[in-house]
Design a protein around this ligand. Sequence first.
Ligand code: NAP
Length: 458
Amino acid sequence: MAALRAFDAAKRQGNEGEIVPEIVCYEKQDDWGGQWNYSWRTGTDHYGEPVPSSMYRNLWSNGPKEALEFAEYTFDEHFGRPISSYPPREVLWDYIDGRASQYGGKGTKDRVKFAHAVRWVEWNEEDATFTLTVEDLRAKKTLTEVFDHVIVATGHFSFPNVPDFEGIGRFPGEIIHAHEFRGAERLADQRVLLIGGSYSAEDIGVQAHKMGATSVTMSYRSKPQGFAWPEGMEELPVIDRFEGSVVHFSDGSVREFDAVILCTGYLHHYPFLPDELSIDSGNNLYPAGLYRGTVWQKNPQLFYLGAQDQWFTFNMFDAQAWYVRDLILGRAALPDAAARQESIDAWLGRFNAIDGDPAAVQFQADYIRDLIEATDYPMFDLDEVVRIFLAWKKDKKTDILTYRDQPHRSVMTGTMATVHHTPWLAELDDSRERYLSTPDDAAEMARAEVEASVSVRD
Ligand code: NAP
């Protein structure tokens, strides 16, 4: 969606002599939005395709919206009034859909061939083009098309990483990966084990707690998340073995569980790409082989958007999309292979020296700044966004159950977010209608309490 918007913006500028190329976007789902296009389905979809989205029904943003806001389409512009800092998924989908649908979707949605799955991308050395083999899932027809450039914008949170554990095959309860998790209601009165020590474990853990799980245990491999967990939530180190429904941990702890959710992350997996065009990396801030995090070093006619692990999200995808667009339009010059490698090595050196989260956020802010400086995407105060992230981290440390009730100020518009009418922990209806509705009396009282605590914090 960012790439379509970027090319559309260039077309609207109508620079004399500039030819904006013909663009086709293949999307295998019936609508756009990627992760934010929620599907109740898990496993395979109605076309027999693997379901790409890992979204769950009651997901709310886990970072402040002020850190992901588009610089050229603000929340104020979309909603016409301030909203709170951590919207639920329907509200965020509405925002990204609203931007891409501006101007009636002309130049964006009409470029998308929905229900089209790319099966293979072949590089043609002789004329420097790519041949794509694509399946029209509705018509059940296979077609081929030739392109000069390919932008891979599939993300890397669709194919779950599913490690094995001794004895897990005999666990009698339900075992799923976070990718298949759709809602925490059914975890009520269950003893839940989450394997992993990152955002999915944290967020599914607090969702399970919110929905009345008897206990939530999170098993970390490298380091504990270290929040002040409420009663009923705990962190334990790695699993030694399963014995039926009983799990033994490496520190000698033993617990019994009713349900297991693997929160073990995702794989960079591109079944439509030959290995020489495919990222082979863990989930990190600078996957090797990409110049400026976007241009495939081995073949600079192939680009990736959003291949990094993410602090910034939507606005980083924009910075990348604007830069890739400018390379394709010839507005920006691509350095030769040696100069590109020098740049990759310099960024990798910096990446490898990161020690701790503040440095990681600053790294991504600097990376985005470097891209924006090369384009006409509106520059914004990236250092202020870093400060918002650090405040967010502090709020989480203070109380993992209430950080989503805190408001932040937009760096794009200066608008202060509102305090939502209902604290996150008490809100059981995640719909857009409810989110944008007028508060009822009980919600108003709870909101007043949060507002009082916010002013104390200030
Ligand atoms: P992730 O950040 O890549 O973390 C994967 C976790 O799995 C790490 O803690 C890793 O441990 C652990 N792990 C991997 N293999 C393991 C093994 N064999 N045994 C034990 N632990 C293992 O993945 P994620 O947490 O799914 O997050 C993915 C993305 O989704 C993030 O960008 C996140 O922000 C997003 N997300 C957003 C929301 C929301 O907006 N509400 C909610 C959930 C997720 P090591 O640290 O040792 O490698």
